[in-house]
Design a protein. Sequence first.
Length: 426
Amino acid sequence: MLSELSEDPQDKTRYRSGSFTDNMKLPVHRWFRYSAGFSAEWAENVIRSVSNGSEIRILDPFCGSGTTLLSAAKAGVSSVGFEAHPFVARIASIKLKTDVDLQELETTADLILRRAKQLHPPQPVTSSDLLLKCYTPEALSALEALRMAYVDAESANILGAASGHIWLAITSILRECSGVGTAQWQYVLPNKTKARTREPYEAFEARIRMFLDDLCYAKDHLTAAGKVLRTDARNPDCSGGFDLVLTSPPYPNNYDYADATRLEMTFWEEISRWGDLQCAVRQYLIRSCSQHSAAEKLSLDALLADNTVAPIREELTAVCRKLDEVRQTKGGRKTYHTMVAAYFVDLAKVMTSLRGLVRPGGRLALMIGDSAPYGVYAPVDKWLGDLAISSGFHSFDFEKVRDRNTKWKNRKHTVPLKEGILWVEA
């Protein structure tokens, strides 16, 4: 059984395998918190169990901020990650660049800090409502000074190999310098406040010190190469031969992965308003939120007729028709019916692409969770398993890690949900 590779059901690491929280204590992982993540310790355990000292190749088709790739590097195994979110792909690539000269990084950071203090505007220069709501004028002026210093130095081509790390250091302090609240999954809540914030220059210096400490650790412990490709897992530009696919696909739970970095992308002037996210980010992503399905004005009939979902069409149709029915009784009338259909069309394409990338005898380990939008249950583990078989994989087995929607009472529905590992054998 593939599930025998996992730890005992009572093991804390296994129970928390679907959570990124513990990673914030780990070197390099902690450089940027991306809410769509899972446990690095669990990932490393799986990698070591599968490799068992032999040379293997690992793929994460939804690599996010690099959890699998960093875990593979620590286990001494080479890896490749796909990431379609442009901003997040850049973060992951920087985290994997551990060969930067420490003295150069420290010197460059000092230069940026000195220049920022010289450029410091008396008042914020931005007209962004989001930024003006999220920061005090003093904090925003300091952050803008850091940005201006970075942009000027980058334009003058004087940052060298440290450029990415300086950019990430500034990016990663934006939340802690803001006095507004942040939702559980990183949405910014301007109407909420938090008790503690950090002064930007102090936060930048502290973050650079963290980077330097972690890079010292990385030189000794992250011993294998990892590479991030900005490509679409549904139709990736990549050669095959992978032994293990270790990932956590987006869940069909209406979380907007594009919105997770709206604050950061607004700060760097990559977008100016929420509506820009569709073109800048969301169009490249798996369709797992109603904002995406609504923006594309998807046809339910066309989605259900797609040949890729033929193995689950009858069950999928019943769920989507029910969602269409229920949404007529809701104030928001969210397009969950087309969201769920589009999600499985997309994941069916991912399964097909993975079958071409995984060698015979290879394995998939997918951390997944099921879904019940508007209280209508969608058996994600079963449907993804069925799609894997139809794509040419031999077998699948679901290993439940924990129950969801039980500890905190969900105000939208009371359907019990679960999270676990879908093991698939090629």
